[in-house]
Design a protein around this ligand. Structure first.
Ligand SMILES: *Cc1c(COP(=O)(O)O)cnc(C)c1O
Length: 387
């Protein structure tokens, strides 16, 4: 045991930020322009180009609108499709609350759907029986980075005239049958929250092939003003603006965009590093009592999360904590939260798979700067404690 590297504590997450991020953020600060400006425009363009290149499509046919969170992106997406009071939106119950919350902003109803036992994604075979005359959209959530059954979901949406807004907070970069998440549904919403695969502290991006949706989102992210603030303050612009919609204050800053530019350049390398950790965990847990994530055919996950299922989740959480290993649980299903139970009358018994998955799930540390030795240590401790 001599010369053992110090392995612990191993936090649940640590963002991978270095010299490039520092330099880009510093450049934004030194420029003297620290709200939305040229770096935000550059970041939008680079993310659009990144997705278009992987989709093999013309970048001009894709639009990326930077906002200050994925929650904001989802809100703007639902506004862009014209969601109204009393409308219904179908979402999985296994998700972060933001997916449900944005529906309630409109006085609309989040209609919950149970999930698949192996992927924790919305069970596409259960969606159609939840469609009513009031259903306007489906928000699939690509859990942990693994894309949902998008062929089935898109076909159903087209048949029943519904919009598909993807909650892609976990899935940059992820692929479904060779196509990147971002070019499949009507609108895709990415998160750049501190723990996500591309982190800018807070941030998000709305991506769509629809010029009309993109224009709507650009106007609504900044007070409904017909032009971005940046335009108004350049020498080419003028003081005049008009408010053409009842918008929001959802813009990003060039400091965040600087972080995003640096992170995007490193995205593929960071992705490979996470996949390396996932592969080590997979090998360690094969044939044991620990059920690892299952990735179905035709999908490439970015392994944003590595969720195991065990019989003694709560005890395992405590024991790993005592070992100096941070873990987490994704997610407490929407139907279990008191506000949502009360407001919408969800019944626990309607979501048997989500309940089973929730009770057994534990998310292990997985991030680019984790060493192989740390991953092996985590796996060994999990195997020592898991039942
Ligand atoms: C993180 C997350 C969000 C919200 O992202 P923000 O950028 O923090 O608003 C939405 N949906 C899911 C599934 C998430 O994990």
């Amino acid at each position: 045991m001599k010369n053992m590297p110090v392995l612990t504590p191993i936090p649940f997450h640590k963002a991978s930020l270095g010299r490039e991020e520092l330099a880009e953020a510093a450049a934004a600060i030194k420029s003297g322009w620290i709200t939305m400006g040229p770096k935000t425009v550059e970041f939008e363009g680079r993310l659009r180009d990144y997705l278009a290149a992987r989709a093999g499509t013309d970048p001009k046919r894709l639009h990326a609108v930077s906002v200050n969170s994925a929650t904001a992106a989802l809100h703007l997406a639902l506004k862009a499709i014209g969601l109204k009071r009393g409308d219904e939106v179908i979402i999985p119950t296994t998700t972060f609350i933001a997916t449900a919350e944005v529906v309630t902003y409109f006085g609309a109803i989040p209609v919950l759907c149970d999930v698949e036992e192996d992927t924790h994604n919305i069970d596409a075979s259960l969606i159609e029986r939840r469609v009513t005359r009031r259903t306007k959209a489906i928000i699939p959530v690509h859990f942990a980075g693994q894309p949902c059954d998008m062929d089935e979901i898109m076909a159903l949406a087209r048949r029943r005239r519904l919009k598909v807004i993807e909650d892609a907070a976990h899935s940059l970069p992820s692929f479904y049958k060779g196509r990147p998440v971002g070019v499949i549904g009507d609108i895709t919403c990415f998160s750049f929250y501190a723990t996500k695969t591309l982190a800018t502290g807070e941030g998000g991006m709305l991506v769509t092939a629809s010029e009309a949706y993109a224009r709507h989102a650009r106007i609504n992210r900044l007070h409904g003003i017909s032009r971005d603030a940046w335009d108004r303050y350049t020498l080419k612009g003028s003081w005049f603006y008009e408010v053409v919609d009842n918008g929001y204050k959802y813009n990003t800053t060039d400091i965040n965009a600087g972080l995003g530019l640096a992170q995007l350049r490193r995205l593929d390398a960071m992705n490979e590093a996470r996949l390396r950790i996932a592969a080590r965990y997979d090998r360690a847990f094969a044939g044991s009592a620990v059920v690892g994530p299952v990735v179905r055919g035709g999908r490439e996950t970015c392994a944003h999360l590595y969720v195991i299922k065990v019989g003694n989740r709560d005890a395992l959480y405590d024991k790993l904590k005592a070992d100096g290993i941070g873990t987490s649980v994704h997610f407490i299903p929407v139907h279990k939260h008191p506000y949502y139970r009360k407001a919408f009358g969800y019944r626990n018994a309607d979501y048997p798979v989500a309940n089973r998955v929730f009770e057994r799930s534990l998310s292990l540390p997985i991030y680019p700067d984790m060493t192989n030795a740390q991953a092996d240590f985590v796996a060994a401790r999990v195997l020592a404690h898991a039942r």
